[in-house]
Design a protein around this ligand. Structure first.
Ligand code: ADP
Ligand code: MG
Length: 392
């Protein structure tokens, strides 16, 4: 990391505007999964130990206006429980009320602002909103890796007013993801799947230049199969994806990276857990069926390759793993990643959820909290929320 670190910031007695990624799923008025709050703790604890007054801000969901269901209040309550400390709740993102509350903070105290997206200026990176936010603090720390690919008022605008430092989580995310791209221990085996195929073609392209093996699963494989002339039945395929997959197959012919596609599939008649299921020894899906998982031969082959890797990067489940009949491929890959002696990095919201569901998260070296940001970093794009920080 070439950016200034919170570890080197002089925060004693100062007000720090801390942007964390506390965008957690909610249910029944409470926090349904606190993984992201836990991931934000090390930076919060470091700042408290060093006597900072913390003005904490995050977005939460996608409110259209000030929807009370998307208040940060339950997030603050959960944070307070995890810290064993009280977290003051702001009644707005900016304004006289929160300015007074920020001014009243003692060293080590925390004020959680309201959902930054209650302000329409947040996603527009409005300079006035950025200036008001900046006026609440003496310096700024960005720990919200999951939002760093967006130039918003809380991730980019505020850096124009305050000295700006990288938080511990953001630093570690960048370090771990960059280590996959730069000087990975070889062979570098990349496993890609999932459903958001168009979002991931840039990632495939990048890895064709840098990885040793690229293993494809999930709905992503059907674009490749369709471009090879296989029948996909009712599988999830989009036209744009098919055309780009064809181009990637051509590019792969001359690349040193081996592009590996499934050799067998599990198909269902419907996208449902209690549908008719059959195993297909091959990759042609008959009409009336959809490919919903990779088959056992593919899973065994991918598991072997993962076991022999020096570095593994995995993004995107191998099938519709949320439904038991189509979970075996994703489970097999997750278990192989967990067991592999390689440096293992998992990125992507659903892949991370799969690893957690299988109880394997602790056996993976790094599970990224930043879905879209992680993919953009891997693609080689600059992240505005990182670029804007002070140089280290
Ligand atoms: P990630 O969040 O890890 O980047 P994606 O969002 O791209 O992954 O895709 C995850 C989703 O892909 C899962 O909900 C899973 O059910 C779905 N999926 C995987 N394989 C298939 C398939 N063959 N057909 C339909 N959906 C699939
Ligand atoms: Mg996803």
């Amino acid at each position: 990391m070439t950016k200034a670190s919170v570890r080197d910031a002089d925060v004693d007695g100062k007000a720090v505007l801390l942007r964390s990624d506390l965008n957690v799923p909610l249910a029944d008025g409470g926090v349904a999964d606190d993984t992201r709050i836990r991931a934000a703790l090390p930076t919060i604890e470091l700042l408290r130990e060093r006597g900072a007054k913390i003005v904490l801000v995050s977005h939460l969901g996608r409110p259209k206006d000030r929807e009370p269901e998307l208040s940060t209040r339950p997030v603050g309550e959960r944070l307070g429980e995890l810290l064993g400390a009280s977290v003051a709740q702001g009644d707005a993102v900016v304004g006289d009320g929160v300015a007074a509350a920020a001014g009243a903070l003692e060293p080590g105290g925390i004020l959680l602002l309201e959902n930054s997206r209650y302000e329409p200026g947040e996603t527009k990176n409005d300079p006035e909103l950025a200036a008001s936010l900046a006026s609440l603090a003496d310096l700024y720390v960005n720990d919200a890796f999951g939002a760093a690919h967006r130039a918003h008022a809380t991730t980019e605008g505020v850096t124009q007013h305050l000295d700006s430092y990288a938080g511990l989580l953001l630093e570690r995310e960048i370090e771990m993801l960059t280590s996959v791209l730069e000087e990975p221990k070889r062979p570098l085996v990349v496993v890609l799947g999932g459903a958001k195929v168009a979002d991931k073609l840039g990632v495939i392209e990048r890895f064709l230049d840098t990885a040793d093996q690229l293993l494809i699963g999930g709905a992503m494989c059907f674009g490749f199969f369709a471009s090879q002339g296989h029948s996909s039945g009712d599988s999830l395929v989009d036209e744009e994806g098919t055309q780009l997959s064809g181009e990637l197959l051509k590019k792969a012919e001359g690349a040193s990276c081996e592009l590996v596609l499934p050799v067998d599939l599990i198909a269902g008649e419907e996208f449902s857990a209690d549908t008719e299921v059959k195993e297909i020894d091959g990759v042609d899906v008959p009409d009336g069926w959809m490919g919903l998982d990779v088959g056992p031969k593919t899973t065994a082959d991918y598991a072997r390759r993962i076991g022999e890797a020096g570095t593994v990067f995995w993004n995107g489940p191998m099938g519709a793993f949320e439904m038991a009949p189509f979970a075996a491929g994703t489970r097999g890959v997750a278990e192989a990643v967990a067991k592999s002696p390689a440096t293992t990095v998992v990125g992507g919201g659903d892949s991370a959820a799969a690893v957690a569901d299988f109880g394997l998260a602790a056996d993976v070296d790094w599970v990224s909290t930043g879905g879209g940001a992680a993919l953009e970093l891997i693609e080689g794009k600059k992240l505005p929320g990182v670029e804007a920080l002070n140089d280290g």
